[in-house]
Write a protein that binds this ligand. Structure first.
Ligand SMILES: Nc1nc2c(c(=O)[nH]1)N[C@H]1C(S)=C(S)[C@@H](COP(=O)(O)OP(=O)(O)OC[C@H]3O[C@@H](n4cnc5c(=O)[nH]c(N)nc54)[C@H](O)[C@@H]3O)O[C@H]1N2
Ligand SMILES: Nc1nc2c(c(=O)[nH]1)N[C@H]1C(S)=C(S)[C@@H](COP(=O)(O)OP(=O)(O)OC[C@H]3O[C@@H](n4cnc5c(=O)[nH]c(N)nc54)[C@H](O)[C@@H]3O)O[C@H]1N2
Ligand SMILES: [Mo]
Length: 774
């Protein structure tokens, strides 16, 4: 045996950073930060032990009930053991089942929305892979929108333009530092969230952006139920409203601006339509209620004087209004977005450096990150001949109500009758609301197919589980238009167990369905990477910059491109010449009254932005039973549910439970102490969590991040206690409104009690029972 250690450093990329994987004798031992990254994420090292831990899926698996009784065994989802089946047999059976369902029910019976973040790397992007495969076999029912900002995506096209195009054009941090005087942040600018960009981060710039702005004299106001949504070193003023009351606060700010003559009439006339139709509502002429600061104080519990003086301060200089994405993941979350744009319009600084509005600074590193726009190539997904879709968060509704109708952005549509569900690169048992309802819904289809790396709760509810590789087990290209860093990702270790790339799983299925040629176009991994990189080089040449050949790129590993040529200011061109550069709204201007929305005739959403009382909030009668508002924000130690089994995330747990923060007064009233295990509950479900007592959380509010793996005490039983702390057993599964139908996870009331006795052990990181095939 050789005593020589084979030690290598291999470039790779994750949504949370660029890394060099340190590999010793074929085993991942560490991840080294990218030397050009000024503020590496804390998430990264979580992969080191997670990559080959006990809860990896190592072989293809079929649920025992399905193997014996096929679809008739559907009620065993969530509780049945699994049988390990050789690849060829498992692919034969899965291929035959997909063929049967498509032949009997048509491709409209296949749901392939497959929402989820997957991994960094454009070729092995799991969602693109599954969509391409399903298109090759005749199409699938898709989803529209995102869990991140579905309500935002629905409202901004009516008001100011397409959401993603707005995000691409956000004013950059250096411009803010130089020109803003005041930044008002609704929902903060959490640096912990800026750890990620979908598709991969190179240099983390949010911390630097905030710090530089502070040093250059910018003042910050954080309007949020949680103080540490903004780093302390920028000395933010903290205004702590009841959650979900931002619309009332913004209306009060607008009321003060108008009644004190601080609004910019010239801007409203030249660049906007409909302020005159909004005004009667603001002044209370339509409903008898002027939207005064006193009125807003009754709703938000923010003193009227604080609001009045904030409005005056905002009008007194160059002010940037920032709104986190979380605000629209709430009941009628469209409204605070519309109102933030309205406020910015009243201030008249839209299109000026350092003024206007921003949607999602800090929500991802990419927002406001200086980078020249460029369209990188991606795996082509093909054409989907099926035109049925659902708004992304209507998954349980669809499965539970085949043929039922739903409204969405002015249209009426029907839910398809789904027989097959295929998921690769996402986890609805992480991301969806009201998991007990999802446990029921996932039992409706005939067959559930999942490609997964780990035994997540989704894998445990599937009939076919195909074990997939991580990004460290394959070659790829990381390139996203929100970052300057591009990475030639290279295979660091051999695939763990018998896992395969999603591409190879789908190639195997495509062979069985007779569409392999269409799916692969005759290319393997290496040929696809060369093809995509050739395209990138061609486009770069057209855009007047140079990319090296693939061999050289692989030697370099990670490189910086696309330094911005000039400072980016959101909507600058529109401001300079609104006739030559109209918006994509119906009027070409900013719509403060939308004829289109008024035309929908939705009683709860008039043609102008408004305060619409949420169904659950600290002002509702339900507080008599459930007096606490739950904020389930993004976790600091991982990305969603990814790497929850790794050391970084597990190191944050309290008695193995997900940490949960609450105000000292609320804890004392319930006899709860730091480090206790508590039970959080409402009519929809219950979970355990470990307590952190903190005055950074406003009274009446509880914070429990998303992402603890769902861990029912009685697997497969609807309503079972989640032993681990997944907030989605408590959230409500209802669309933000008929406009956006987005997830409304932030509108939830609960109660908390101390858990007496020894809590049951967390078992989500132990695989299900696995049987060998006879
Ligand atoms: N209560 C509440 N719920 C929320 C939110 C909230 O604020 N509150 N936020 C919502 C938001 S904004 C989002 S974006 C969603 C996120 O929801 P998801 O994107 O579904 O969450 P992830 O945990 O990232 O799930 C990705 C899954 O893909 C797997 N995976 C990674 N790489 C690969 C691969 O290469 N191949 C395959 N086959 N699988 C892979 C991972 O193991 C993981 O299980 O959650 C939403 N849910
Ligand atoms: N580390 C890490 N970073 C992430 C992710 C992750 O999983 N981990 N997920 C990524 C994804 S997919 C997304 S979409 C983004 C999401 O980015 P965001 O939506 O910005 O993130 P959240 O953490 O959900 O919420 C930010 C803050 O908003 C505040 N907030 C909640 N409700 C209200 C309200 O009603 N009013 C006010 N004023 N404030 C409120 C809360 O205090 C919360 O801490 O984050 C991304 N970044
Ligand atoms: Mo998201």
């Amino acid at each position: 045996m050789s005593l020589k250690t084979d030690r290598r450093l291999i470039p790779t990329s994750a949504h949370w950073g660029t890394y060099f994987a340190e590999v010793e004798n074929g085993k991942l031992v560490a991840v080294r930060d990218y030397e050009k990254d000024p503020a590496p994420a804390i998430i990264g090292p979580g992969i080191v032990d997670a990559i080959d831990d006990e809860v990896r899926v190592r072989r293809p698996m079929i649920r025992k009930g399905w193997l014996e009784n096929g679809p008739a065994s559907r009620d065993g989802r969530g509780s049945d053991p699994y049988v390990a089946v050789p690849w060829d047999e498992a692919l034969d059976m899965a291929g035959a089942e997909l063929k049967r369902i498509a032949a009997t029910h048509g491709n409209e019976a296949i749901f392939g929305g497959s929402y989820g973040w997957s991994s960094s790397g454009r070729f092995h992007h799991a969602q693109s892979q599954v969509h391409r495969f399903l298109n090759c076999m005749g199409g699938y029912v898709r989803h529209e929108g995102t869990y991140s900002y579905a309500a935002g995506q629905a409202i901004t096209p009516h008001v100011v333009g397409h959401f993603k195009e707005l995000l691409d054009g956000h004013t950059t941090w250096p411009v803010i530092a130089e020109t803003s005087e005041l930044v008002v942040m609704f929902g903060g600018v959490p640096v912990k969230n800026g750890q990620v960009t979908s598709g991969g981060v190179g240099r983390h710039t949010v911390f630097e952006g905030l710090k530089t702005a502070y040093e250059m004299g910018v003042e910050f106001v954080n309007v949020s139920p949680i103080r540490n949504d903004v780093i302390e070193i920028v000395e933010p003023e903290w205004i702590a409203p009841r959650p979900n009351t931002d619309a009332a606060i913004m209306l009060a700010l607008a009321h003060t601006l108008y009644t004190e003559g601080l609004h910019d009439e010239g801007f409203l006339d030249k660049y906007c339509v409909g302020f005159d139709k909004f005004l009667p509502y603001l002044l209370g002429k339509t409903d008898g209620q002027p939207k005064t600061p006193e009125w807003a104080e009754g709703i938000s519990e923010v003193p009227a004087e604080t609001l009045r003086s904030l409005a005056r301060r905002m009008a007194g200089g160059r002010t940037m209004i920032m709104v986190a994405w979380s605000l629209q993941r709430a009941d009628h979350g469209e409204q605070p977005y519309w109102l933030a744009i309205l406020l910015a319009a009243m201030l008249g600084q839209i299109g000026l450096p350092g003024g206007g509005f921003g949607l999602g600074y800090g929500s991802e590193n990419g927002i406001g990150n200086p980078v020249e726009m460029f369209k990188w190539p991606a795996l082509p997904q093909g054409r989907n001949p099926v035109d049925k879709f659902i708004p992304v968060a209507r998954i349980s509704d669809m499965l539970l109500n085949p043929g039922g109708s739903f409204e969405f952005d002015g249209g009426t549509h029907t839910y398809p009758d789904i027989k097959a569900v295929y998921w690769a690169g996402g986890n609805p048992f992480h991301h969806h609301q009201d998991l007990n309802r999802l446990v029921k819904a996932i039992r409706r289809p005939d067959t559930v197919f999942v490609n997964e790396i780990w035994w997540t709760a989704l894998a445990r509810h599937a009939d076919f589980v195909f074990p997939t590789t991580t990004a460290l087990e394959r070659n790829d290209l990381s390139m996203t238009h929100w970052e300057q860093t591009i990475v030639a990702m290279q295979k660091a270790i051999e695939p763990v167990g018998d896992s395969r790339h999603d591409y190879d799983v789908f190639t195997g299925l495509a062979e069985r369905l007779g569409v392999a040629e269409a799916f692969t176009e005759g290319r393997d991994e290496e040929a696809w990477l060369r093809h995509l990189w050739d395209q990138a080089r061609q486009r770069a040449a057209e855009a007047d910059f140079e990319l090296p050949d693939l061999e050289t790129f692989r030697e370099i590993g990670a490189m910086e491109v696309l330094q911005p040529k000039e400072p980016v200011v959101l909507l600058r061109k529109f401001r300079e010449d609104p006739q030559a550069n109209p918006l994509t709204t119906p009027s070409g201007k900013i719509e403060l009254f939308s004829e289109a929305i008024a035309g929908f005739g939705y009683a709860d959403t008039p043609g102008h932005p408004a305060w619409v009382e949420p169904y659950e909030w600290l002002g509702s009668p339900l507080t008599e039973t459930y007096p606490l508002h739950l904020i389930s924000n993004q976790p600091k130690t991982r990305l969603h549910s990814q790497l929850d089994s790794g050391a970084v995330s597990r190191g944050s747990k309290i008695q193995d439970r997900e940490p949960m923060s609450m105000n000292p007064a609320d804890a004392a009233a319930r006899g709860i102490e730091n480090g206790d295990v508590v039970r959080l509950y409402n009519d929809r479900g219950a979970c355990l969590a470990g307590v952190i007592i903190s005055d950074a959380v406003r009274p009446g509010v509880v914070q429990l991040s998303t992402g603890a793996w769902y861990d029912p005490e009685e697997p497969g039983v609807v309503g079972s206690l989640c032993k681990h702390g997944n907030p989605n057993v408590l959230t409500r599964d209802i669309g933000t409104s008929r406009i956006g139908q987005g997830p409304s996870a932030q509108s939830v009331l609960i109660e908390i009690e101390k858990y007496e006795g020894t809590p049951p052990p967390v078992t989500s990181f132990v695989p299900p029972k696995i049987l060998e095939k006879e």
